[in-house]
Design a protein around this ligand. Structure first.
Ligand code: GLC
Length: 442
């Protein structure tokens, strides 16, 4: 921050015209230096303790819940203030912000929340502080293994798991009951149930999901593909152009173009688009992350008490497959308040804070023991069933090159679900491009 104040002063000096006499230039330089010094001695955050800047994605729901926790942290740590700054909700936009600012060695923020797919990339670039001491090996067992693995790079921990995500099937329990239908366990059963209800309930969408060309689409496609036995990488080799993946991707296109249970609008939808549609009572099924549950059960919600949550369906004879998601807290390597920043990370990932975040915002704990917590089970009975889903959720490839791989998947998957390219062709093209990335990596 202080560095930024120097820039206008330096610029002002550089703009003193060259024909000004040397004496005047020296005076100008001194004035400018004095102004810069004033800038530096403005009441700095260091004098009254540290102000830790905490960057995170936009909170779905009421941001006051997070602020209340941060206020409590301030009360417990006199001398540390926390300024929280929200970035857009989309993971891709947040990633762009961090790449630009961390690459530029910005010290404007101290604690950052990171998508589970970014840590190896950020750690490899040297942008994160080593936080291994916050999570010694014996403490790691308290967390779900997926995020712990994702936060580890070259044997060191560069982040602490904050909250965990996995794809779920939301359904309208009232509509299924009214039509004598069961919660579908397979994709064909989901299509049949959706068609049945759509014929009898005008204006209802059958199944909505996230189909815009962005990271969320990759999560959605991987779930359908893996529930057909497909994969992206196997033993370091790209196997994305398999028959199983082609069938799955074709099925997703068919949901829109052949079975008519998914509206074409999903090809531009992200999490919040679908959450709003389902939350206003206009869809029978929705794929989304766990956060949506709390919002649906709020007072005044059109679907309160009329929804249920289940594992995602699969192709017959195969297990359900959720994508592992979630957010991690790390400390900017260039932070000027590293000690205070680490305290904040420890506080926000503590069992108590994770429990309160689950009860208020609906962020699901990364600490396994909280799934047996009596209060959480009473308030959110479905949390018990999430434990197994989180244990088995499938991570996206854990590599510093993931962002390059996902760019390829995003554009090829999007072309296939929007009907621009046949699924098999899109996957072949993805395989060739990913092969190039993997070769460059070797
Ligand atoms: C959620 C997940 C994150 C994922 C993103 C995709 O925020 O937690 O891991 O990448 O959705 O949109």
């Amino acid at each position: 921050m202080r560095g930024n104040r120097l820039f206008p002063a330096v610029k002002a000096y550089l703009h003193v015209p060259c024909n000004v006499r040397l004496h005047d230039r020296v005076v100008a330089l001194l004035v400018v230096f004095f102004i810069a010094l004033l800038g530096c001695t403005q009441p700095s955050t260091m004098e009254n303790g540290s102000t830790v800047v905490f960057k995170h994605g936009k909170i779905a729901g009421d941001p006051a819940h997070l602020r209340a926790l941060l206020d409590e942290f301030e009360r417990r740590n006199p001398g540390i203030r926390v300024k929280d700054e929200a970035l857009p909700a989309s993971t891709d936009e947040q990633h762009q912000f961090y790449v630009i600012n961390l690459e530029g060695k910005s010290a404007d923020f101290d604690v950052l929340s990171m998508d589970v797919i970014w840590v190896p990339e950020f750690a490899r670039a040297g942008w994160l502080r080593d936080l291994s001491h916050l999570l010694p090996p014996e403490a790691r067992d308290e967390f779900f293994p997926g995020p712990v693995e994702a936060d580890c790079y070259a044997g060191r921990m560069y982040a602490v798991p904050w909250y965990i995500d996995a794809g779920l099937l939301y359904y309208r329990s009232d509509l299924l009951l009214r039509h004598g239908l069961k919660v579908p366990r397979t994709w064909p059963a989901l299509v049949a149930a959706a068609q049945h209800v759509m014929e009898r309930e005008p204006g209802i969408y059958g199944f909505i999901w996230q189909g815009r060309q962005y990271e969320g689409l990759v999560c959605n496609v991987l779930e359908v593909a893996r529930s057909n036995g497909g994969e992206v990488l196997k033993d370091g080799r790209c196997v994305i152009d398999s028959r199983q993946n082609a069938e799955a991707l074709r099925f997703m296109r068919d949901l829109i173009a052949r079975y008519g249970v998914t509206p074409p609008l999903v090809t531009t939808a992200i999490e919040e688009t679908t959450r709003h549609i389902f939350g206003s009572g206009r869809a029978l099924f929705m794929r989304n992350w766990p956060y949506a549950w709390n919002l649906f059960q709020r007072e005044g919600s059109a679907v309160r008490g009329r929804i249920g949550v289940a594992p995602l369906p699969s192709f017959p004879g195969r297990p359900s497959a959720s994508t592992l998601g979630g957010w991690q807290l790390g400390v900017n390597r260039h932070s000027n308040h590293a000690e205070a920043a680490e305290k904040l990370v420890a506080f926000l990932t503590s069992p108590d804070t994770q429990k309160r975040l689950a009860l208020t915002i609906g962020y699901k704990p990364t600490r396994k023991s909280l799934y047996a917590d009596a209060d959480l089970r009473r308030e959110q009975p479905f949390i018990a069933g999430l434990y197994d889903i989180f244990m088995h959720a499938g991570p996206r490839p854990v590599t510093p090159y993931y962002m390059m791989i996902t760019q390829v998947m995003q554009s090829e998957f999007s072309a296939a679900v929007s009907g621009i390219r046949p699924a098999a062709e899109a996957l072949l093209s993805a395989r060739r491009q990913i092969d190039h990335i993997l070769e460059a990596e070797r």
